[in-house]
Design a protein around this ligand. Structure first.
Ligand SMILES: Cc1ncc(COP(=O)(O)O)c(C=O)c1O
Length: 414
């Protein structure tokens, strides 16, 4: 009952205009939202872009004989061009999907399905999202050789790690751009170069970096790149896979067959309203990314400084230097993780593991892979700051975290 009332309250999200900005903002009435790696609120400007395609412009872009179809097709083309512009790519290199999970599956399974070599080897890492690791395990069960790289405690995958794992028959390397738990950014440009020299294809899961960091797929040496709308203030259920020239022309097999949409690589009627939203989200990200990144870094520094001053035994998980501006992943020594969660969750929306495992008490595979102890992993918080996070919220969250950590301290052994 209690939780139903709380969720009804959350539905009454307050859309307001911060003074002087002229830009709509989102301020949900529930706990302070610091879980932007799990998902972002739909930017009101993005939500507005979607409406015409739900109401009067409801056509199917595949309908070639009338104006409804033409307008839908125009909207799809515009969205494709906007996504491509944020990747330094050509529009016809963008394949729309339902999100990064599907894009990751398409990249791994599609490349290996199309590859006719007798021996096939894939390299990935222990800190990837499950939507990469599970397809990799499936491929292994089908007889493909798979190397899952260990990652050092700073959480950063480097070119030399990948180079050491390559074999003559390595077909594909899949290393995420930034990790969704630690926010640590991998050396994707270096890895791209190594893959190119070796002749292997390179896929990166950029769900956490697309729209947050400048991306140029070609300059990074990336052949396949996954992205997701709901991480960039667009709705859930929309994403894309960038397919560069080396991965095109029959080197990628589709997972969904049917109407031949997306150049035959992903059948299904395109969700025009979601695409219009994704396109608008890209346009906004392109214009605001730099200022937003700088603002988030200031807020994160403020939060970390405040917590460090007041909490002893605080650990930052992974490299602080190579990290998404909005991410702070913290572990607390001698703290009962369950009590910490209970004391904090009604004040601050955060995550402990990755979002899909947030009800599980098992430490996340990412933290375990980095060598974080089970106790510290269970007493960790992933805080994700975002576009609508304010300084007041950061200060209030720091206060709640300090109090929750104090109340969750384990009795010291005598
Ligand atoms: C790094 C990473 N990859 C993939 C996904 C899955 O994305 P989607 O929810 O769009 O399927 C996520 C989302 O949690 C993610 O953070």
């Amino acid at each position: 009952m209690e939780s139903r009332r709380a969720s009804a309250q959350l539905m009454a999200t307050d859309v307001h205009t911060p003074p002087g900005t002229g830009v709509n903002s989102v301020r949900p009435p529930g706990p302070i939202y610091l879980d932007h790696h799990a998902t972002t609120p739909c930017d009101p400007r993005v939500a507005r872009a979607m409406l015409p395609y739900l109401e009067e412009q409801f056509g199917n872009p595949g309908s070639r004989l009338h104006a409804y179809g033409w307008e839908a097709e125009r909207a799809v083309d515009e969205a494709r061009a906007r996504v491509a512009a944020l990747l330094g790519a050509e529009p016809d290199e963008v394949v729309f999907t339902s999100g990064a999970t599907e894009s990751n599956n398409l990249a791994l399974l599609g490349i290996l399905q199309a590859c006719r070599q007798p021996r096939r080897h894939v390299v990935t890492t222990a800190i990837e999202h499950k939507s990469v690791l599970e397809p990799a395990r499936w491929l292994e069960r089908q007889g493909c050789e798979v190397t899952v790289l260990r990652v050092p405690s700073d959480g950063r995958v480097l070119a030399e790690h990948v180079r050491a794992a390559l074999r003559p028959h390595t077909v594909l390397v899949s290393v995420m751009h930034a990790n969704n738990e630690t926010g640590v950014i991998n050396d994707v440009a270096g890895i791209g170069q190594v893959c190119r020299e070796h002749g292997a294809l390179f896929h990166t899961d950029a769900a956490q970096t697309f729209g947050k960091l400048p991306l140029d797929a070609r300059a990074l040496g990336v052949d396949l790149l996954s992205l997701s709308g709901h991480k960039v203030y667009a709705p859930k259920g929309i994403g894309a896979l960038y397919v560069g020239p080396r991965a095109a022309h029959g080197r990628l097999a589709p997972l969904l067959l049917g109407g031949g949409q997306e150049g035959g690589l992903r059948a299904g009627t395109l969700p025009v309203h979601q695409l219009a939203a994704l396109g608008r989200a890209c346009e906004i990200a392109g214009a605001e990314m730099h200022a937003e990144g700088a603002r988030l870094l200031r807020l994160r520094t403020r939060l970390l400084t405040s917590l460090r001053e007041r909490i002893s035994g605080l650990h930052v998980t992974g490299s602080l230097d190579h990290r998404l501006a909005g991410n702070l992943h913290l572990g607390f020594e001698d703290v009962d993780g369950e009590v910490l969660i209970e004391r904090l969750q009604h004040h601050v929306a955060f995550s402990t593991g990755s979002a899909c495992m947030s009800t599980s008490l098992h430490p996340s595979h990412v933290l375990l892979a980095l060598g974080v102890s089970e106790d510290l992993a269970n007493a960790s918080l992933r805080l994700g700051l975002g576009r609508f996070t304010t300084e007041e919220q950061v200060d209030a969250a720091a206060e709640h975290i300090v109090r929750a950590v104090e109340g969750a301290h384990l009795p010291s052994p005598c």
